[in-house]
Design a protein around this ligand. Structure first.
Ligand SMILES: [Zn+2]
Length: 247
């Protein structure tokens, strides 16, 4: 007896005409010099300690879940709009000009980071942390409520690295119930010297992700705190910060 496989559909729009593209754009793979190289995929555990480490042919890391129309349409447009600025940021070039650009276009760059992390989660064999609504929300042009996106820099210039976890500490009012099943995730990635982090906690009340020493891209642009926005490595940045839940 055979079981009919459910036809795979685009995570964004539901279209079944899927593309065969990498989760990261071609220009980014080229810039990183890894178009054809193997990349070690690290799955970080709850405390950020890697519990599995294996090599994947990175050029074969295709998402398989994005349609041609999305890939060649809004996604390609988003890549085109961010490309030049991301290349500058990851190479620590023209910082003053890029800071000005971010101040004006922080939501666009936040969407670019958000698109990358949700596709990363859909394509890797780590457990599914990102709710289906988040893909639909981005397709409709919005970053979902409860999502915070930060940017910082790393002292070390590495090719690419990422971390996916259900997230760390949640600080809450005593009157609020503990919700162990709350949907949540923290996904951080590094490309050369650039660090980007997307944090989500699904609260029925209010949330604030507190993180000093970062450039917040979303929801409100700003430099948080007086401290430096330069980190030793991706783990230091990934584990930095705490989610607050309040009434
Ligand atoms: Zn689509």
């Amino acid at each position: 007896m055979s079981i009919m496989a459910k036809k795979k559909a685009c995570v964004f729009c539901g279209n079944t005409n899927l593309s065969n593209e990498h989760i990261f754009a071609q220009w980014l793979l080229k810039e990183l010099g890894i178009l054809e190289k193997d990349v070690t995929m690290t799955h970080a555990g709850f405390a950020g300690i890697p519990f599995s480490n294996r090599k994947h042919p990175f050029s074969k890391l295709v998402n398989g879940l994005v349609c041609e129309k999305c890939n060649n349409g809004w996604m390609s447009q988003l890549e085109e709009e961010c490309k030049h600025h991301i290349i500058n940021l990851m190479n620590l070039k023209e910082f003053k000009e890029e800071l000005k650009f971010l101040e004006e276009h922080h939501e666009k760059v936040a969407k670019w980071a958000f698109k990358n992390v949700i596709l990363l989660n859909s394509a890797t064999n780590y457990r599914q942390l990102v709710p289906a609504e988040h893909y639909i929300s981005l397709y409709e042009g919005n970053i979902p409520a409860g999502v915070f996106i930060d940017l910082a820099f790393c002292k070390k210039d590495i090719t690419i690295e990422w971390r996916q976890t259900p997230g760390g500490l949640v600080i809450k009012n005593k009157s609020l119930p503990i919700r162990l099943a709350a949907s949540r995730y923290t996904i951080t990635f590094q490309i050369k010297n650039l660090l980007m982090k997307v944090v989500f906690y699904d609260s029925e009340v209010n949330t604030l992700y507190e993180s000093k020493g970062v450039l917040r891209l979303y929801p409100q642009f700003g430099v948080n705190g007086e401290s430096d926005i330069i980190y030793n490595d991706i783990d230091q940045f990934d584990l930095h910060g705490a989610m607050h839940e309040y009434i």
